[in-house]
Ligand binder design. Structure first.
Ligand SMILES: *Cc1c(COP(=O)(O)O)cnc(C)c1O
Length: 384
């Protein structure tokens, strides 16, 4: 285990999850079955859509969504480089090529619609937007561009669960949305993911490809709902387990309260770091998280890139874990070698990536702990 007194993130789990998992174990049915079905229905209702398909993780969700949206060899999908690398990798898994776009600015770390527009070619089939830190991407502008060029708009809503853009849940604004329930996300099942889509045909494509392209699942045959199955197209095994389903149902119940607490903690950070309403403070900017965003990450951007690593060391010495979200994907060796991307391609992304630090944020963090972290940072940056 880690020596950090205050970790970067932590789970909020209780007896309810333990009991729900124990019930699955006692039931003897461990994979895709009634718990997963119930989780899908409850999740769909929570985000306000007709249906949702649960899968084994967020990367599988992205892969299946891109597959069902029709990405094939030769297709280009525009993605932010400033994201977890799964946003780009999933395009490659689906047979396409990720084209890396820049983000707007250090106070808005989501896709720059103007840059997205400039990257469109005859091979472009879609755009994946990512709600960085739970802050909504500029969906209206991206939607307009996608409509005008007949492209799909996919949401990587791994940071977005529990957040809204106006009255719409993040992940339900574009043509399809993908969620992750990894251990550090706003809700977790250990590993898990979910796909929602506007077009029922796309959702059905996800459902089929999740389990080998088979028209009936084992559970349906076990339960006597189906005798036979056909295979419509070769698929994958991206099925979730019943443990995922059972935990997900409990975690979904905790989500609104947990997101509200995350927002509160970000307010405490802003106050304790001395930031104004735009997040601007002495020597740093606290990335704004959006009024109804999902408050997934607490990210500061230092004015001086040279202060970043020493600050991280000072915080680590004080027992406080930090991270960087993210090393830009277009600078990873695979993409440099396979696509010829490199330094200089995305000025804003490369600049912010040198200046950013992610601070601890999880519902059980106390206001006092945030005060302590903020005072370490203020004393490191020196008197103002
Ligand atoms: C976590 C994450 C993913 C991948 O989800 P997994 O469940 O870990 O596969 C994809 N995109 C972003 C932005 C993420 O944060």
């Amino acid at each position: 285990m880690t020596a950090f007194r205050i970790p970067l993130s932590d789970v909020t789990l209780g007896e309810e999850e333990a009991l729900a998992v124990a019930q699955v174990v006692r039931s003897g049915w461990l994979t895709l079955g009634p718990e997963v079905r119930a989780f899908e229905e409850e999740f769909a209702e929570f985000v306000g859509v007709e249906g949702a398909v649960a899968v084994s993780n967020g990367t599988a969700a992205l892969h299946l969504a891109l597959h069902a949206l029709g990405v094939q060899a030769g297709a280009e999908v525009i993605v932010p480089s400033l994201s977890f690398v799964a946003t780009a990798n999933s395009v490659v898994l689906a047979g396409g090529t990720p084209i890396f776009a820049d983000v707007l600015s250090s106070t808005e770390l989501t896709l720059d619609p103007g840059h997205v527009r400039s990257l469109i070619t005859p091979r472009t089939v879609g755009v994946t937007a990512m709600h960085y830190g739970g802050r909504p991407a500029r969906m209206a502008e991206l939607q307009e561009i996608c409509r005008a060029h007949n492209l799909f708009l996919l949401e990587d809503a791994a940071h977005g669960v529990g957040g809204y853009l106006g009255d719409e849940a993040l992940g339900t604004v574009g043509d399809a949305g993908c969620f992750s329930f990894f251990g550090n996300k706003n809700m977790t099942t250990g590993e898990g993911g979910m796909v929602v889509a506007k077009d029922p045909g796309v959702l059905e494509g996800v459902r089929l490809a999740r389990s080998h392209g088979m028209t009936a699942a084992s559970w349906d045959r076990f339960a006597g709902h189906a005798w036979e199955y056909d295979v419509i197209a070769p698929g994958y095994n991206y099925r979730p387990t019943e443990i995922t389903g059972a935990m997900g149902r409990i975690q979904l119940g905790r989500l609104p309260g947990n997101v509200a607490r995350r927002r509160e903690l970000l307010d405490v950070y802003a106050r304790e770091l001395g930031c104004d309403h735009r997040g601007v403070g002495e020597g740093l900017v606290l990335h704004p998280w959006g009024e109804r965003g999902a408050a997934h990450l607490c990210v500061i951007l230092l004015t001086d890139p040279g202060a970043r690593d020493p600050l991280r060391t000072a915080l680590a010495d004080a027992g406080i874990q930090t991270s960087i979200h993210y090393p830009p994907s277009h600078l990873f060796r695979h993409y440099r070698e396979s696509q010829g991307t490199g330094p200089g391609d995305l000025p804003v992304t490369e600049d912010v990536a040198r200046r950013m630090v992610t601070l601890p944020l999880y519902p059980r963090l106390s206001d006092e702990q945030v005060g302590g972290i903020a005072s370490e940072i203020r004393s490191f940056l020196g008197p103002s």
